[in-house]
Design a binder for this molecule. Structure first.
Ligand code: HAM
Length: 422
């Protein structure tokens, strides 16, 4: 026997119970985001590879090892999006959104792709919920954005959350700090992990992320970027903190907070949950005031975040999945599988009429006996069962178990509608 195909490693099927939970997350997030003026946007699942190379950064894990990049039949290099911020800024520039009142606030929900080592909470296809505000560098944009994610996670019952924030400052002060840090790393090179050593030139900041004991010791005495911000950036960060305090949102300042993407400037933040294992990041983001220029656009400051739907669900309290509603089950007597006949046709017409009237209706589709159909109706939690026979229609109230003759399909629908509103 040949092998049966399975979903590719690191991917998963969203089965109906999970789909219902995901829909609940989407509804909650959409409610909070749209109430705050964010509008939905959708960009393609793949982009020109350059969109990510120029923004996420050549030295990042994402660009170096995790992108699903392929050449199409026309010889273009395309990449399945590993994230959505760069595509949104691409769309902002492409559609001249600078002409709209600023900031332009956009939210999204869709699949992203990273070739990562698959484990619980880490997948190769995962869904990101995200929000981006483009066109203003006001610290209130940062605070509002962070507060929105914290509120959404709270409403969804995500347990044990911790918010960490920091500021990376502007590129110029970061460049000066980088040299300082590189000096420190070189002075202690022999105690560093090989991969940290290899990245001293390319990405020294990632050294803060290392679990290697020697590296951790060296980093304990490393200079901190937060102590080397220029005055304007330090003031911006102070204002963001003041606004978060005013909103009574607890946070920790983490001077070693490292994000896996290169486009950040100024504010960065991450929300983690104790309820998750190693992959504790539920959501994160920050400000990216240089991203539009990296894509050849004008200067457009931006701020936003993304959160993984799967991680939200892993970290949230379990909630019962609501059963689909069935107000009317249409049964047929004398039913012979696939045989049709006038009663089966009348039953089908009745179901169509009930659905047109907005009644959640199901119809017998498996040729069960009448007893079997009534059992199936009970399993579905049907409020009424219409039993259609050649001689006429009987309507059974499943709550009172009363049954009466009804003279037309219209009368069945009217009765069910009255029952629903009673
Ligand atoms: P990120 O931290 O790379 O940021 O990803 C955001 C979230 O996506 C993570 O916190 C996590 O919940 C989820 N995630 C990432 N990788 C995986 C994976 N392999 N499996 C499951 N979930 C995953 C960004 O992508 C930025 N674009 C966020 C942002 C928006 N910054 C500014 N605006």
């Amino acid at each position: 026997m040949s092998e049966r195909p399975q979903a590719p490693r690191g991917t998963f099927d969203v089965l109906p119970d999970q789909a219902a939970l995901r829909l609940a997350v989407e509804r909650c997030a959409r409610g909070a985001l749209e109430a705050a003026g964010y509008q939905r946007i959708e960009t393609p699942v793949f982009e020109d590879t350059d969109v990510f190379r120029r923004t996420v950064g050549e030295s990042t894990d994402i660009v170096q090892k995790e992108m699903y990049t392929f050449e199409d039949a026309g010889g273009r290099s395309l990449t399945l999006r590993p994230e959505v911020t760069a595509p949104i800024v691409r769309a902002y520039i492409e559609h001249g959104m600078h002409k709209l009142p600023q900031p332009v606030k956009l939210w999204y929900l869709g699949p992203c792709f990273r070739y990562e080592r698959a484990q619980a909470g880490r997948y190769r296809q995962f869904w990101q919920l995200g929000a981006e505000a483009l066109g203003s560098d006001d610290p209130a944009v940062d605070a509002e954005s962070i507060l929105l994610l914290a509120t959404i996670l709270d409403e969804l019952g995500v347990r044990g959350t911790r918010l960490r924030i920091a500021s990376l400052g502007a590129p110029a002060s970061r460049a000066r700090y980088r040299e300082l840090l590189q000096g420190h790393l070189r002075a202690h090179e022999d105690r560093l992990a090989a991969e940290v050593r290899a990245r001293i030139d390319l990405n020294p900041l990632r050294a803060f992320d290392s679990d290697h004991p020697g590296t951790r010791e060296v980093m304990a005495s490393a200079p901190l970027l937060l102590d080397h911000l220029d005055a304007a950036d330090a003031e911006h960060f102070a204002q963001v903190r003041e606004l978060l305090d005013a909103a009574e949102l607890p946070y920790e300042i983490d001077p070693t907070l490292v994000r896996g993407l290169d486009y950040y400037t100024r504010t960065v933040f991450e929300l983690t949950s104790d309820a998750l294992g190693a992959q504790s990041g539920v959501g994160g983001g920050g400000r990216y005031d240089g991203l539009a220029e990296q894509l050849g656009g004008a200067h457009v400051p931006g701020m936003g975040w993304a959160a993984g739907i799967e991680r939200i669900l892993l970290a949230a309290e379990e909630r019962p999945v609501p059963a689909p509603i069935c107000d009317l089950y249409v049964a047929v007597t004398g039913n012979v599988p696939g045989a049709g006949g006038p009663a089966a046709v009348a039953a089908f017409a009745l179901a169509a009429e009930a659905r047109r009237a907005g009644v959640p209706t199901q119809i017998e589709l498996a040729g069960r006996s009448l007893k079997g159909q009534l059992k199936q109706a009970a399993r579905l939690g049907a409020r009424y069962v219409a039993i259609v026979a050649d001689e006429g229609i009987e309507l059974k109230d499943m709550q009172s178990a009363q049954q009466e003759s009804v003279d037309s399909a219209g009368a069945v629908v009217a009765h069910v509608l009255r029952g629903r509103h009673a």
